[in-house]
Design a protein around this ligand. Structure first.
Ligand SMILES: Nc1ncnc2c1ncn2[C@@H]1O[C@H](COP(=O)(O)OP(=O)(O)O)[C@@H](O)[C@H]1O
Ligand SMILES: [Mg+2]
Ligand SMILES: [Zn+2]
Length: 260
């Protein structure tokens, strides 16, 4: 019975041409010449490589890339970039930034220079008075770099910490996933350091974030001077912030009160 079934299976004539090691997948490949057994092309010869899994690998890698792109998009979207930025700051450009002091003129120049020479490693610290445009210039930098396809995130430290806390309860993403995005973006702006609620947890979480970003570009903004900042975030966080960082002092009037 089995014999009968076997005989009905039409096998093409095969002739082994060679075996070789595929440089792509590192497998031993048997190259054969097949003679087509039936149909309109009956008798035609064709070459087939058996054992090569290059195509499978390519497909798997493509699927993996697509999946991780999807995931990254989902995570970046969960921050809803623009929803975390207040309305007036959404309009921030370099053209509509009117420096009202020498400090601020310099700061504007530095912001421009930072964009032009962006290398994904240099950090900035904007420090100075309230309402002088520290957030304004930081947002402008992220907008410009995003136009160049860099992934950027602008988050105030209090909002960032709140976001992390939310993942402890009901959330569609985990803390690990969230910290992953924060770690991976090409540029992270940590805005308003010093306005967060200071707890042991916030200080150590802040360190984790800074530590994860070692070697990647980060912009910090704060109303605190360096002594206050050091006290506020603790010595260890302070040294991390200062690593490879250009400090830009922004002393001036609160721009929102300029007409008073
Ligand atoms: N020199 C300036 N020219 C134009 N707009 C400014 C200037 N400085 C601040 N602003 C605007 O004033 C508001 C407060 O600035 P912001 O960047 O939030 O200040 P900071 O972060 O330094 O406290 C924002 O809407 C910003 O766009
Ligand atoms: Mg600000
Ligand atoms: Zn191969």
């Amino acid at each position: 019975m089995m014999e009968g079934v076997k005989r009905k299976v039409i096998q093409p004539d095969q002739r082994l041409i060679k075996t070789y090691l595929c440089k792509g997948c590192n497998r031993q490949v048997r190259q054969k010449e097949l003679t087509i057994p039936i149909g309109p092309y009956k008798g035609d010869k064709t070459i087939a490589n058996y054992g090569c899994i290059c195509e499978d690998i390519k497909l798997a890698e493509k699927t993996k890339r697509a999946r991780s792109r999807l995931k990254r998009n989902r995570l970046v979207n969960c921050f809803n970039y623009y929803s975390l930025i207040n309305h007036s700051l959404k309009q921030a450009t370099l053209e509509n930034y009117n420096p009202t002091s020498e400090d601020l003129r310099m700061a504007k120049q530095k912001a421009l220079g930072y964009i032009e020479s962006f290398n994904g490693e240099q950090n900035l610290l904007f420090t100075g008075d309230f309402g002088t445009g520290k957030s304004h210039l930081s947002i402008y930098i992220t907008k410009k770099l995003m136009e160049q396809d860099y992934n950027c995130l602008f988050l105030s430290l209090p909002k960032l910490l709140t976001k992390i806390k939310q993942t402890y309860n009901k959330s569609d993403i985990t803390e690990d996933e969230l910290l992953d995005v924060i770690q991976q973006v090409d540029l992270l702006v940590i805005d308003d350091i010093g306005s967060e609620q200071r707890t042991e947890w916030s200080v150590s979480k802040f360190f984790e974030i800074l530590d994860n970003r070692a070697g990647k570009a980060t912009i910090y903004t704060t109303n605190l001077n360096s002594a206050e900042l050091k006290q506020r975030v603790n010595e260890r966080n302070f040294s991390r912030i200062m690593e490879n960082t250009e400090v830009i002092v922004m002393k001036g009037e609160d721009y929102r009160r300029r007409n008073f």
